[in-house]
Design a protein around this ligand. Structure first.
Ligand code: HEC
Length: 132
């Protein structure tokens, strides 16, 4: 076993901190953002807010920017994951994170580079097409 006592002690401290926080008066600090997995703008709304001729078409963006790696049907291959089971909003947030250099995964740099030059509207369009 590895050092069970300090770990338990830190858990205990955490519980105390959380418990105290409940009764504390509002500190004026901003509420932390919701995690990406459960919130985020709907990419369809982002597109709908644009003039029609400024709305990128998801299939075009996907074919030009994503299909090379993820496959025409998003099926992926040995090196590139299949795009399945991700809502449009979660995918859009993931692409924004990638573009901001906050990509996560085993090889985050690949996606960071893949979306580096894309606009928010293009990322939204790709998410509408490839998300669920
Ligand atoms: C150069 C190849 C390449 C291109 C181009 C590319 N991707 Fe990826 N993508 C990857 C790789 C590799 C990963 C896995 C990265 C990791 O695990 O760190 C990934 C991961 C993802 C994931 C996360 C999948 C998951 O289940 O977690 C999404 C979503 C995604 N890509 C969407 C897109 C979209 C949309 C585009 C086009 C705008 C795109 N990708 C372009 C290679 C690419």
């Amino acid at each position: 076993m590895m050092k069970p006592v300090p770990f338990t002690a830190s858990l205990f401290l955490l519980v105390i901190l959380v418990a105290c926080g409940k009764d504390a008066p509002p500190s004026g600090r901003q509420q932390t953002a919701m995690p990406a997995a459960s919130a985020g703008p709907e990419p369809g709304d982002i597109l709908a807010a644009l003039p029609q001729d400024a709305q990128p078409y998801g299939l075009d963006v996907y074919t030009a920017q994503c299909a090379n790696c993820h496959g025409a049907l998003g099926q992926g291959d040995a090196e590139n994951p299949a795009l399945k089971g991700m809502t449009r909003a979660v995918m859009y947030q993931k692409l924004l994170d990638d573009r901001a250099g906050k990509g996560r995964g085993a090889h985050p740099a690949v996606m960071v580079k893949a979306v580096a030059g894309l606009s928010e509207a293009e990322l939204a369009a790709a998410s509408v097409y490839a998300g669920e």
